[in-house]
Design a protein around this ligand. Structure first.
Ligand SMILES: Nc1ncnc2c1ncn2[C@@H]1O[C@H](COP(=O)(O)OP(=O)(O)OP(=O)(O)O)[C@@H](O)[C@H]1O
Ligand SMILES: Cc1ncc(CO)c(N)n1
Length: 275
C-alpha cells in the first residue's frame, strides 16, 4: 500500500473557517494530502475582523508538536501565525535539522488590519525561522518588513524575493501581488531564477484567508513531491478560482471557495522562467 502524503500546519485559528488552520486543513484535503494541525493561538475572528487573541502556553504548543512528530513525520510543514519570539524559537528548535519541506507564511497583520504578530517579533522571524524555510510567501507589507525597503511594483517584488533568498537564507521566496494594482502577479525566486505567476485581478472584497490557502496548497504539493515552481503554479491556480467563484458566506470580507477549482479544473497560470 502506498503511503498518503501528509502535511502539518502550525498556526492560529479562525472559528469562521476562512483563514488560519481551518483554511489550511481544507486546502490540504482538497489537494488529497493528509492534514494535521498544531494550534499556536486561538483567535476570536470572523469576516469583519479580530475580536480577541489567546496565545497558548509555549510548553503546550511544544506538547502538541511532540505528539505529532512522535507519531507521524509530515512530508511538509507550514507555519502561519507565530505571534511571539518564544513560539518562533520553539518551532525553530523542532524543525532544525529536519529535511521536511518547510513553508513560512509570515503572517503579521490580518486583511482587516488587526495585528496577528507582536511587533517585536516581526524582525526576529528573519533570523529564527526564515533561514530554515524551503519557501517564504510574504504579501507586500510583510515582504517590506523582511527586506527593509518599499515595494510598489513587480520589479520591487522581484528584488525582495531575491533578497529573502540570497541575504536572509531561505531556499525560495514568492512575493504575492495581492496588495499591488493591475494583474495579480506573484514573483517566485529560487535557485533556478525568477518565475512569474499571473492572473486577472478579481474585483471583490471577499479575500479573507487568501494567503493562508495559497501557502497551504503549495505545502500540500511539496508534500506530494512536486517541484517548487509546479507547487507555486498549483497554489496560484487554486487561489485564483477560489477568489473568482466567491461563496457569498459571511457579512464582511468573505472567505474564498476551496471548491472553486472543481468548477474549472486548474488552469495553467504560468511558472515560465523569466530573466
Ligand atoms: N483580487 C484578487 N484577484 C486575483 N488574485 C488575487 C486577488 N487578491 C489576491 N490575489 C492572489 O491571492 C494570493 C494571496 O495574496 P495576498 O496578497 O492577498 O495574500 P495575503 O495578504 O497574505 O492574504 P491574507 O492575509 O488574507 O491571508 C496571491 O496569489 C495573490 O496574487
Ligand atoms: C489565524 C489567522 N492566520 C492568518 C490570517 C491571515 O489571513 C488570519 N486572518 N488568521
Amino acid at each position: 500500500m502506498s503511503k498518503v502524503a501528509s502535511a502539518l500546519t502550525i498556526a492560529g485559528t479562525d472559528p469562521t473557517g476562512g483563514a488560519g488552520i481551518q483554511a489550511d486543513l481544507k486546502s490540504f484535503q482538497e489537494r488529497e494530502v493528509y492534514g494535521m494541525s498544531v494550534v499556536t493561538s486561538v483567535v476570536a475572528q470572523n469576516t469583519f475582523g479580530v475580536n480577541g487573541v489567546h496565545h497558548l502556553p509555549v510548553s503546550f504548543i511544544e506538547q502538541q508538536l511532540h505528539a505529532v512528530f512522535q507519531d507521524i513525520e509530515p512530508d511538509a510543514v507550514k507555519t502561519g501565525m507565530i505571534a511571539t519570539i518564544e513560539m518562533m524559537e520553539l518551532v525553530a528548535s523542532v524543525l532544525k535539522g529536519k529535511s521536511t519541506h518547510y513553508v513560512i507564511d509570515p503572517v503579521m497583520v490580518a486583511k482587516s488590519g488587526d495585528p496577528l504578530m507582536e511587533e517585536s517579533s516581526r524582525k526576529v522571524i528573519r533570523d529564527t525561522l526564515v533561514p530554515l524555510a524551503s519557501l517564504v510567501t510574504p504579501n507586500v507589507p510583510e515582504a517590506e518588513i523582511l527586506v527593509d525597503f518599499e515595494i510598489s511594483s513587480t520589479d520591487d517584488a522581484k528584488k525582495a524575493a531575491r533578497t529573502i533568498v540570497e541575504e536572509l537564507g531561505a531556499g525560495a521566496a514568492v512575493v504575492k501581488g495581492g496588495h499591488l494594482t493591475g494583474e495579480a502577479v506573484d514573483v517566485l525566486y529560487d535557485k533556478s531564477g525568477y518565475h512569474y505567476f499571473k492572473s486577472e485581478r478579481t474585483n471583490t472584497k471577499h479575500t479573507h484567508g487568501t494567503g493562508c490557502t495559497f501557502s497551504a496548497v503549495i505545502t500540500a504539493e511539496l508534500a506530494k513531491g512536486k517541484s517548487m515552481a509546479d507547487a507555486v503554479a498549483t497554489g496560484k491556480a487554486f487561489i485564483t478560482d477560489a477568489i473568482k467563484y466567491t461563496l457569498g458566506v459571511g457579512k464582511g470580507n468573505g472567505p474564498t471557495n476551496h471548491w472553486g477549482h472543481r468548477l474549472q479544473g486548474l488552469p495553467n497560470l504560468g511558472g515560465e522562467k523569466v530573466e
